[in-house]
Design a binder for this molecule. Structure first.
Ligand code: GLN
Length: 532
């Protein structure tokens, strides 16, 4: 079957949830037996978000093959349960980089290199290769930004060309916003009309319009939008706010988004969507039997998007345990040895978050001392594990100035340190230990009980590592390495066997948790909390 290409564009405003609409449509198509992938095109000049501050961009999502990507790829994986790769996220920076490299190699044979056709050709090559290289039935490409932005012009032009070249194999879903003007008691379609006009001016006629709104959209409004925007009435799909993003596929199915899309692509006669497993998850997620209170200690708490995958992993693990995870985010900068007990009062479990740099470190360490000494279930991730190691070194091993050399390069006890191959790296972007690495699980440990396997693969994004020179000291004093990289011997998991539940990983388990495969570490952590 020839690959079909669906483009998802957005109008009126950002943050409308294009990623969730793309993921929901993909889920519906996948549940009818099609192989589907989703790609995100980001119109910024950075090569990837690796060097971006989380305040700019939220979480960086890391793929198995070590690409640092937009957080929407996390939604794609959580919805579809299929890993993405470098090819699923392309930025303007990367497009230009490869065009400029080709130019330097002389591949343009003396031609003037221009946005059209060279940049647009490179964009099209990146879209089409998901079809040709991986043979997906359907490739859904989400165009970042909002229609009308200067940055997205070359992408929209590439969409126009692909529709012209591939005809019925291409389709454009445009997502807009229908605001409610309270004074007039009315929903307003004008912004939608304008954003469709803007697309049309760029040569793209949307096939399907998805209207985000906070109030029900009447049939009259659908008719009006259909008439003004040259879109069939049943291809104007209302999308009201949902109590959870995981309900959006069900809402979109009820509005027949998948049916309309398949009809327009000439793919009728597919089986009805099989959403049995999805609905089982929703059933448990929406009907918890109890609530557990968990605290997340990190430094980006004003911006929960910085911890997107962790928050979603708790949703998956909560459903698996039939309980609601009531998560409170704590600013680690405000936590001290003196106030930690008061601050975290009532929390039945604590997660110490990943992160970079010095800010809030001592609060994380004080938190870990508190949970370790009070037998409170604990999960540490990446920097969270490094802080657990530092805390143990200081308070149990008695190495008072122990630290990670990221924070204090002069410490006399470098319990977390750079590996040789990282020491001479000066570039910041794309130079961390990135992507999936194997990890051997040590027998008779909490990790072994949780994973029930001896070898796993988990994703990384960090520079610093547990310093193996200290491993013996740690193990003798009661902190055990229970996950080891079989090739490098690096410590990937630590735990304290005498504690009720104290485990921390150098890797990021949250990057592999999906609706249908909740991550075992999160499931076990929430389970341990639920028992308390
Ligand atoms: N800053 C730490 C390192 O680079 C931890 C990174 C993280 O938590 N992702 O090793």
């Amino acid at each position: 079957m020839d690959t079909k290409y669906i483009f998802v564009t957005g109008g009126v405003t950002s943050s409308l949830g294009k990623g969730i609409i793309a993921a929901s449509l993909a889920k519906l198509l996948q549940s009818r037996g099609l192989s589907v992938t989703i790609q995100k095109l980001d119109p910024y000049i950075n090569i990837d978000p690796d060097t971006l501050n989380p305040y700019e961009h939220g979480e960086c999502y890391v793929t198995n093959d070590g690409a640092v990507t937009d957080l929407d790829l996390g939604h794609y994986e959580r919805f579809l349960g299929v890993p993405t790769s470098q090819d699923n996220n392309v930025t303007t920076g990367r497009i230009y980089q490869s065009v400029i490299e080709k130019e330097r190699r002389g591949e343009y044979l003396g031609k003037t290199v221009q946005i059209i056709p060279h940049i647009t050709d490179e964009i099209k090559r990146n879209i089409k290769q998901l079809g040709t290289k991986y043979k997906y039935d359907v490739v859904i490409t989400e165009i970042g930004g909002t229609v009308g932005d200067i940055e997205s012009l070359p992408y929209i032009e590439a969409v126009r060309q692909m529709r012209w070249e591939l005809g019925k194999r291409c389709l454009c879903v445009h997502l807009t916003y229908v605001p409610y003007v309270a004074a007039a008691h009315e929903l307003k379609t004008k912004p939608t009309q304008h954003s469709v006009k803007s697309l049309q001016e760029q040569g793209v006629q949307p096939d399907v319009l998805v209207l985000r709104a906070e109030h029900p959209i009447s049939d009259d409004i659908r008719k009006k939008v259909a008439l003004f925007c040259n879109v069939e009435r049943d291809a104007v799909i209302p999308c009201l706010d949902a109590p959870t993003i995981y309900q959006v596929p069900i809402l979109m199915q009820a509005e027949k988004l998948d049916e309309v899309v398949l009809r327009k692509l000439g793919m009728e006669n597919l089986p009805e969507p099989n959403l049995t497993e999805w609905n089982k998850f929703l059933e448990k997620f929406c009907n918890p039997k109890k609530t557990v209170k968990i605290g997340l200690v990190g430094k980006y708490v004003e911006l929960p998007d910085a911890y997107k995958s962790i928050l979603e992993s708790f949703n998956h693990a909560g459903a698996a345990n039939e309980c609601k995870v009531d998560l409170t985010l704590f600013q680690s900068e405000n936590i001290t040895a003196e106030n930690v007990a008061d601050t975290l009062k009532g929390m039945q479990g604590i997660l110490v978050a990943p992160g970079f740099g010095e800010r809030g470190i001592e609060g994380k360490i004080a938190t870990i001392k508190y949970v370790r000494e009070n037998n409170i279930p604990f999960l540490g991730i990446c920097l969270g594990m490094q802080c657990a190691v530092v805390e143990f070194a200081r308070d149990v091993l008695g190495f008072k100035d122990a630290h990670s050399t990221e924070i204090n390069p002069k410490t006399t006890h470098k319990v977390v340190d750079l590996m040789e191959d990282q020491k001479y790296v000066t570039d910041k972007g794309g130079t961390m230990r990135l992507g999936a690495y194997k990890c051997h699980i040590v027998e008779n440990t909490l990790a072994a009980a949780i994973y029930k396997k001896s070898e796993i693969k988990e994703r990384h994004r960090h520079r610093y590592e547990f310093n193996n020179e200290y491993l013996k000291d740690f193990e003798q004093a009661g902190m055990k390495a229970s996950g080891i990289n079989p090739e490098s011997g690096l410590v990937e998991i630590v735990e304290i066997p005498s504690h009720r539940f104290f485990i921390a990983s150098q890797f990021h388990p949250e990057l592999q948790s999906t609706v249908q495969n909740p991550h075992p570490l999160f499931v076990a952590f929430v389970g341990a909390v639920a028992e308390s």
